[in-house]
Design a protein around this ligand. Structure first.
Ligand code: ASP
Ligand code: MG
Length: 411
């Protein structure tokens, strides 16, 4: 018997049949003795439809207060339908919008932050044996205005509820059955991880493994809420995300996963003076344009000149190239060279902290595969390389093999 917060994403409640299926599994868990708070997203595609309607009415800058009122309706539909489905099965349930439970947020419409949650109404329903169904993605500010937490925000709602209610675990049900060593579409021998640490999950998520909203993982780590990713369609243990402490001892793999990001582009500012202020002169204006810079690299200066290379999201590439080309005389650059056909490939693992030689093993694997490394960066639990996009699949498989991440019986 456990106290669980279970979150079902849009695909899991995407049709009436699926809602009924979710209700059945919830009822079974309740009958087995678990106390359950369910958080649901809108039916898949609904939030996008609502956004499109808003754009039709307000093609310019949409009014964010009213947009939040509109978007919050998506989740209100699913909480009602799921509660009905539960009652049909003879399982007592009650639905609540974010405002009703009182998920209090700040007033930043469309990207609100949760301030507090009122436990009282939920806990008295739980004490009465009910399943509590809460709308994800939404809250209410001090002034009573409806707010939303940003796209994918239901994950964060679930984690925040689990933290506030001191639940034993927050279980995120989705269309994959866990977190994998790498993307199974690229490496069919990718293996589901039983456990992964919050830190590793954050690195994997920020590198494009879009299983969980990054904010939700950060939140879970901060409040030490054990987080589990499970499939709503395929029974199984999923992947548990926790701290690696004595209580949750993990089998220490050196590398837990191979992550990658296809959306990168590289920009080189060549022949600039090797003197104070140059990095700022180039990157300051880029930051002011609200463009996020990822990998940054500067060469050792020779003859008083140096090259400066960095990566940005591919969507920002054209803008950055145009901007710098126009301004290259301001910082005295010879030329601006770009490439938007590059990707970032990374190995992630907390085991790196205590083991030497992981980087050289990575470079060996990539060299054996004949892959040219354009840039290399490292952090405490991650090593990343920037390579040509054509070599991504090959690189992922080479690293997966080298670090022996595959399923044992599928070799
Ligand atoms: N329905 C919202 C979205 O599509 C929130 C969520 O699904 O987590 O972004
Ligand atoms: Mg989602």
């Amino acid at each position: 018997m456990a106290f669980l917060v279970k979150k079902f994403g849009g695909t899991s409640v995407g049709t009436i049949d699926r809602i009924k299926h979710v209700a059945k599994t919830l009822c079974a868990a309740r009958k087995a003795g678990d106390d359950i708070v369910v958080v649901v997203s809108a039916m898949s595609g609904e939030t996008n439809k609502l956004v499109a309607m808003a754009r039709e009415v307000m093609p310019g800058t949409v009014d964010v207060r009213e947009l939040d009122v509109l978007l919050a309706t998506g989740e209100q539909v699913t909480i009602a339908l799921l509660s009905m489905a539960l009652k049909e099965l003879g399982c007592d349930a009650r639905s609540y919008t974010g405002a009703q439970v009182k998920v209090l947020t700040d007033s930043s419409h469309s990207k609100a932050r949760i301030v507090s949650i009122d436990n009282e109404p939920i806990m008295s329903d739980i004490a009465a044996g009910r399943i509590v169904v809460v709308a994800g993605f939404q809250g209410v500010d001090e002034g009573g205005n409806i707010t939303t937490l940003g796209r994918g925000g239901s994950d964060t709602s679930a984690v925040a509820l689990a933290a506030a209610l001191k639940a034993d675990e927050c279980q995120i049900y989705t269309d994959v059955d866990g977190v994998y060593t790498t993307d199974p579409r690229v490496e069919s021998r990718a293996r589901r991880l039983d456990r992964i640490t919050f830190e590793e999950m954050l690195e994997m998520a920020s590198l494009g493994s879009k299983v969980l909203q990054i904010r939700a993982v950060e939140f879970a780590g901060k409040y030490n809420v054990p987080l589990r990713v499970l499939s709503s369609f395929k029974p199984g243990q999923g992947t548990l995300i926790t701290y690696d402490d004595e209580e949750n001892e993990m089998e220490q793999a050196l590398v837990s996963g191979i992550a990658f990001n296809r959306d990168e582009a590289q920009v080189t500012v060549s022949g600039v003076a090797d003197k104070p202020g140059i990095a700022y002169a180039i990157l300051g204006p880029i930051a002011e344009l609200n463009i996020e810079v990822d990998v940054i690299l500067q060469n050792i200066g020779e003859n008083g000149l140096t090259d400066f290379t960095f990566t940005v999201h591919r969507d920002d590439y054209a803008k950055v190239m145009a901007f710098l080309s126009e301004r290259k005389d301001d910082f005295g650059a010879d030329s601006i060279i770009g490439n938007d056909r590059i990707v970032k490939l990374s190995i992630v693992g907390v085991g790196m902290r205590s083991h030497a030689g992981i980087a050289s093993k990575m470079f060996q694997a990539l060299s054996e595969a004949g892959i040219n490394l354009r840039m290399i960066t490292t952090s405490e639990i991650k090593i990343s390389v920037v390579i040509d996009e054509n070599y991504l699949e090959l690189g992922v498989r080479a690293l997966h093999e080298k670090f022996e991440l595959a399923e044992e019986d599928s070799a």
